[in-house]
Write a protein that binds this ligand. Sequence first.
Ligand SMILES: [Zn+2]
Length: 347
Amino acid sequence: VEETRKSPFPAEVVRGGPEAGDQAAPLARQERHAIGVDLGGTQLRVALVDSGGRVLALERVRSDQLQSRDELIQRMRTLVEQVRSPQTEAIGVGIPGSINRHQGLVLGIPAFPGWSGVPLAGLLQDSAHLPVYLENDANVAALGEWWAGAGMGSANVAYVTISTGIGAGIICDGRLMRGFGGLAGEIGHTRITDNSPVCSCGQIGCFEAVASGRALERKVAEAVAQYPGSILATVATGDAPGPEHLTEAVRRGDSRAKDILEEEAVLLGIGFTNLQHSFSPERIVVGGGVSALLPLMRQTIEHAMKIRLLAGFSPAQLRVAELGDAAGVIGAAQLALEEVSEAGSSD
Ligand SMILES: [Zn+2]
């Protein structure tokens, strides 16, 4: 194991060659393993992943039902041991908040109290005796989709996750863009309108305030209250309205549902235009619950982009994320493999 850890890691393997994601390739060809940890607002996922981006073992628990920070850390340690293989080289952890990567510190997690200044990398390293690397959750999901999903094969990929909020991870010129303090990619809080409810950040007009899954839910709820006899009201009864209700209502010809979807598509087109003017991605990979609506919105999004993009730009290819919930653990594991290789080669 020590020898493998020291060997330089060929970049084309990390970046996902033609074999990456090919389920038929024999496992023996991907002998390097790492563990990816994805701490989400509702689920904690821990997976053993090989250098081809394949998930070999996966454990998950509800993170929102664990009582305390220490309980969450203890559960991470237990799950790491459960999925671990003899050739595991390192652990990567995706954190839904701010971190100091170099010190392995969690600076804060909006969804969980008590995480300010927690030396998580050191705590996991002490029990697992493996190098541990922290990264922002949107960044690890972007890395996952780039290495083994819808971003494979391009050196310029913007991954945008649209669920409760809107986050992004940017791959620019074949590298993850981190920016000063690791804070790059907060596209959800770029301003795209003067007219919106107050955003989760306290400001007005953010991309997230008008185009996130939560914003969609609010619009559906308002339409249902206003038109209780509509098809939309009929399909969106019961639990919280989701993309599937909107899809069903559009399919059955509900005009309010079509308007909501049309408005969402235009807003996404404006947000994506800002992304393209800033980073010029070749591909925009859309993840999160709202990505299920992408096929219905694609034409309008592309049109909204075309009429706004400067001369010389053409709309980036829009792709639905392919790895689903596994993007974070795969990206975190691949990040860990790359970091441990770089550390080994600089010895
Ligand atoms: Zn905001």
